[in-house]
Design a binder for this molecule. Structure first.
Ligand code: G4P
Length: 209
């Protein structure tokens, strides 16, 4: 009975409204550049919210014949898996570290994190993406765009068709969004942050909170 009421209540809101409400309630502004969301996305995961996020990605790319979701470990995996579950297609995550069993036969790309000031080689086995795939690339955050560009690079090496990039939270004040659009790739970001100034979250087109 309780679950029924929760579902009915949440059903009256759009997926994007639910996500923004969660960010306003539980997000912590750490600096003008960093939003902490480890209570539902980056450490502890809210699976009900992730499911709604998955639905929204699937709805936005419903005109594409997606055969695979591709993401990057670790925080992209939860939203990507929900989208894959709804579509009934496999989810592949790029690895940041070489695994014991994944040694060659790889597509690789270099990803530099400006935030962490470190570079990682990300890789995906050639077994799991091919030129017969239409891939949707999903990640939790879009900041400088380097992770997304690395995934695009890998999909292109495989000869896959790229349906687009789906992002849970885009920091619109950083250059990632523009880089992806300039590359001619469709970008769908569910929550777009205009600014994190004065300890407040401001979404694009809305007042600061
Ligand atoms: P970029 O990929 O867009 O260039 O981003 P950047 O190098 O700046 O980000 C590096 C890591 O920090 C990524 O996670 C990214 O998701 C995360 N990140 C960037 N900005 C924020 C932010 O404002 N808040 C939070 N919570 N994370 C942010 P990662 O190192 O790959 O971590 P994970 O996926 O293993 O969790």
């Amino acid at each position: 009975m309780y679950a029924f009421f929760i579902r009915t209540f949440e059903g009256s809101k759009t997926q994007v409204e639910l996500l923004k409400e969660k960010i306003r309630q539980d997000g912590k502004v750490l600096s003008e550049e960093v939003l902490k969301v480890d209570s539902f996305l980056n450490h502890q995961i809210d699976p009900v919210l992730m499911q709604e996020i998955g639905k929204e990605f699937v709805a936005r790319f419903s005109d594409q014949n997606i055969t695979k979701i591709v993401t990057i470990e670790s925080s992209g995996i939860a939203p990507a898996t929900m989208a894959g579950l709804i579509l009934g297609v496999p989810v592949v995550f790029a690895r940041k570290r070489k695994s014991l069993t994944l040694t060659d036969h790889l597509y690789s790309a270099k990803v530099h994190s400006f935030t962490k000031n470190e570079s990682n080689d990300i890789s995906v086995s050639k077994d799991f993406i091919s030129n017969e795939d239409t891939v949707l690339l999903i990640d939790d955050f879009l900041a400088n765009g380097q992770a997304a560009l690395g995934l695009i690079d890998i999909a292109e090496q495989a000869g896959a068709k790229i349906a687009g990039v789906g992002i849970v939270i885009e920091k619109a004040f950083q250059p990632g969004g523009e880089l992806i659009r300039k590359a001619g790739i469709r970008l769908e970001s569910l929550a777009e942050l205009q600014s994190l100034q004065d300890g407040k979250v401001q979404f694009v087109g809305e007042e600061a909170f």
